[in-house]
Design a protein around this ligand. Structure first.
Ligand code: DP6
Length: 344
């Protein structure tokens, strides 16, 4: 039997990916940019094993069997990795051998906390190790599992370039800056609700492309200049600029969700209260020290500098106490990850 275990972190987008131009190859309509979080707090861990005795591919996610052979995205990732291995004539075991895969997330699955990003990044990285092709370009493969997964293959600040080709070969993620570049940038995850979201990201963005007018405007006119400006802010350690762009992009993404017909509502009352809290906090301290972003769910990710973590945590606990109607269930300060997919 051959066996490999990998860990992959979650990434949280500052400039959101929302909308595909090709559903099957997962080609986006805009670039996106994210920060990869430390694997200590939020990660996926995947073990992939190949053996001559296995009768079929089987996968367990968080202890429950999930379809693998019937999952076109997972099968596509596997086929792509196998093709790389065949091309390199580097087979450690016969290509026909079936796999058993066990994966676990240490955070809520499908609650808008980027679980598919960490999950598919981890699956692809574990498979690449199993088939001995881990040195190859893997982001275009992870992208075909879940778009945002391609960004979890690097630490630090990562940009997924939408690419122009029809075959997706240029739709890859590349590092913008390593985590060492801005070590005191931290993230606070505020879990408002860890229930599964009503409309998946895949479905929500598909509906948005079909029905929203705003999505075209964002992809064409807003994201290109926003991405250039945030790359510049990262290079210059300009937190206030990074914060403003991040909040504007999150707001615009949720405006598109509402502009979708029928609308997709991902944020709830507590999410909106968090938005208000962040703006009030920044106003009270007289500078932009805190930024929010929300993915396709009600939970918030706050960006801030390490030196402000304790004062912000105290303010959050004061504004959203556990026993109140508007409470947050879990708050955690997380540094940025330096490396990804460490093998253990
Ligand atoms: C709101 O990567 O989960 O988190 O490619 O269909 O699997 P699929 O979608 P997915 O979408 C993530 C959307 C987002 C924004 C982002 O991470 O950029």
């Amino acid at each position: 039997m051959f066996i490999e275990t990998c860990i992959a972190p979650v990434n949280i987008a500052l400039i959101k990916y929302w909308g595909k131009r090709d559903e099957e190859l997962i080609l986006p309509i805009n670039d996106s940019l994210s920060v990869t979080l430390s694997t200590d707090e939020m990660c996926a861990k995947t073990t992939a094993a190949a053996a001559s005795s296995f009768k079929r591919h089987i996968m367990w996610l968080n202890g429950e069997e999930v379809p693998f052979e019937q999952n076109p995205r997972a099968m596509r990732c596997l086929k792509e990795i196998q093709q790389l291995a065949l091309a390199k004539e580097q087979l450690k075991f016969p290509i026909e051998w079936k796999l058993h895969i066990v994966s676990r997330n240490n955070f809520p699955t499908a609650a808008g906390l980027a679980s598919s990003a960490a999950g598919y990044a981890c699956l692809v990285y574990a498979l690449a190790h199993l088939y001995g092709v881990q040195k190859e370009e893997l982001t275009a493969i992870a992208r075909q599992g879940s778009g945002s997964a391609c960004r979890s293959l690097y630490g630090g600040f990562v940009r997924w370039h939408m690419g122009k080709s029809n075959d997706g070969t240029d739709s890859i993620a590349l590092p913008v800056a390593p985590c060492e570049h801005w070590q005191d940038l931290h993230v606070l995850i505020l879990v408002v609700n860890d229930a599964r979201k009503k409309t998946s990201s895949t479905k929500g963005m598909q509906l948005a492309v079909e029905t929203s007018d705003l999505i075209k405007y964002r992809a064409q006119y807003c994201v290109p200049q926003r991405t250039a400006a945030i790359v510049d802010a990262i290079k210059k350690h300009d937190f206030a600029k990074l914060a403003e762009i991040t909040m504007r992009d999150s707001n615009q993404f949720h405006a598109i969700a509402l502009d979708t017909y029928p609308p997709c509502v991902y944020m709830n009352d507590v999410s909106h209260a968090i938005v208000e809290f962040v703006h009030a906090f920044n106003k009270a301290v007289g500078e932009v020290k805190l930024a929010y972003t929300f993915d396709a769910g009600p939970n918030a990710c706050l960006y801030l500098l390490e030196r402000d973590v304790s004062i912000v945590l105290a303010a959050i606990k004061n504004s959203f106490p556990n026993d109140a109607e508007q409470s947050v269930e879990y708050v955690k300060g997380i540094p940025i990850a330096c490396d990804i997919g460490e093998n253990n």
